[in-house]
Write a protein that binds this ligand. Structure first.
Ligand code: FE2
Length: 256
C-alpha cells in the first residue's frame, strides 16, 4: 500500500490547512475547512480533487469553507455527531470509536470534549497519523470554551495513550507563544528548553512547527505533564490531583 501524502499550508492568519491524499484511490481529504482560496490553491498545486472534509469542531475558523468546497467539488463532509447541527453541509456524523475507510485504510474517531463539547480527532492507526485540531497543539492545548478542565484532561489522556511515534497535525501555529509559556511551567526540563530555542529560530525564519509527535509532546508539553513532580513543585501544588494541576496550567496560559 502506498503512503498517504500530506500538504500543509496556512489559512486565515494562523490556522493550518491540511490536505490528506491517497495516491492509490485518488481520494483527498481536507482536514477542516478554514478558508476556501488557500485550500483550493493547495489542491490545484498538487493536482488533487477534494473528495472529503474531515470536520473536527464547529468553530467558524474550521468550517467556514465547508459549503463552498461542497459546491466546488461535491465532497462529502464528515463531522462530530455531538455538534452536527452546527456543522454546515454535514453529510455523515461520527462519534467516539467509529471507524470509516479513507484511502483503503481505517480512520478512527476519538472524541475529545473540552475546547468544544463535541470536538473529535481523526486517527489513522496504520499510518500512525493524528489530526488533533484544537485539542492538542505543539506545546499547548485548546482553550476550554464548552467543557471543564477535567473533561479536557481526560481527552488529552486519550491522545497521550496513542503510540509515541504517532505524527500529530494540529489546528493552529501557536507554538512560539506556547513554548515561551511552557518554560515558565517546566523550567528544569532540558528537552523543553532546547525545543523552545529551536522554535524561536524556526519562527524567526518563518518556518512552521507542524507536525509534532505524541512522544515529543509527552516529554515537553506541560498540558500533558500535570503529574510530573517538578511541575507540581513549581506550581506549589504537590498534593493536588492531576486535573487540578492541569486546570491551573490552563488558567495561567489564558492570561499569559
Ligand atoms: Fe476552535
Amino acid at each position: 500500500m502506498k503512503s498517504l501524502q500530506i500538504e500543509v499550508f496556512i489559512c486565515r492568519s494562523d490556522n493550518f490547512g491540511v490536505l490528506l491524499h491517497c495516491p492509490e484511490t485518488g481520494e483527498t481529504a481536507s482536514i477542516d475547512a478554514p478558508e476556501l482560496d488557500p485550500i483550493v490553491k493547495a489542491a490545484e498545486k498538487r493536482g488533487w480533487t477534494i473528495t472529503h472534509v474531515f470536520t473536527t469542531h464547529h468553530h467558524g475558523d474550521h468550517v467556514e469553507a465547508n459549503l463552498a468546497l461542497k459546491e466546488k467539488y461535491g465532497c462529502e463532509i464528515i463531522g462530530p455527531r455531538n455538534e452536527a447541527a452546527a456543522i454546515p453541509g454535514i453529510d455523515r456524523t461520527v462519534g467516539d470509536g467509529d471507524e470509516f475507510t479513507f484511502g483503503k485504510r481505517p480512520v478512527r474517531v476519538i472524541e475529545t470534549p473540552g475546547h468544544t463539547a463535541g470536538h473529535i480527532c481523526y486517527y489513522l492507526p496504520e499510518d500512525m497519523i493524528l489530526f488533533a485540531a484544537d485539542t492538542l497543539f505543539a506545546l499547548g492545548c485548546g482553550r476550554l470554551f464548552e467543557r471543564s478542565a477535567l473533561d479536557m484532561w481526560h481527552s488529552l489522556q486519550k491522545l497521550a495513550e496513542l503510540p509515541d511515534e504517532t505524527i500529530v497535525y494540529f489546528g493552529h501555529e501557536y507554538t512560539l507563544s506556547n513554548a515561551r509559556f511552557a518554560v515558565t511551567i517546566d523550567p528544569e526540563n532540558a528537552r523543553l528548553r532546547s525545543r523552545a530555542e529551536l522554535i524561536e529560530m524556526q519562527r524567526k525564519r518563518g518556518d512552521f512547527t507542524i507536525p509534532t509527535t505524541i512522544g515529543f509532546e509527552k516529554e515537553t508539553n506541560p498540558f500533558l505533564r500535570a503529574g510530573e513532580p517538578d511541575i507540581r513543585r513549581t506550581l506549589g501544588m504537590e498534593g493536588a490531583t492531576n486535573d487540578e494541576v492541569f486546570a491551573e496550567i490552563r488558567k495561567r496560559k489564558d492570561t499569559f
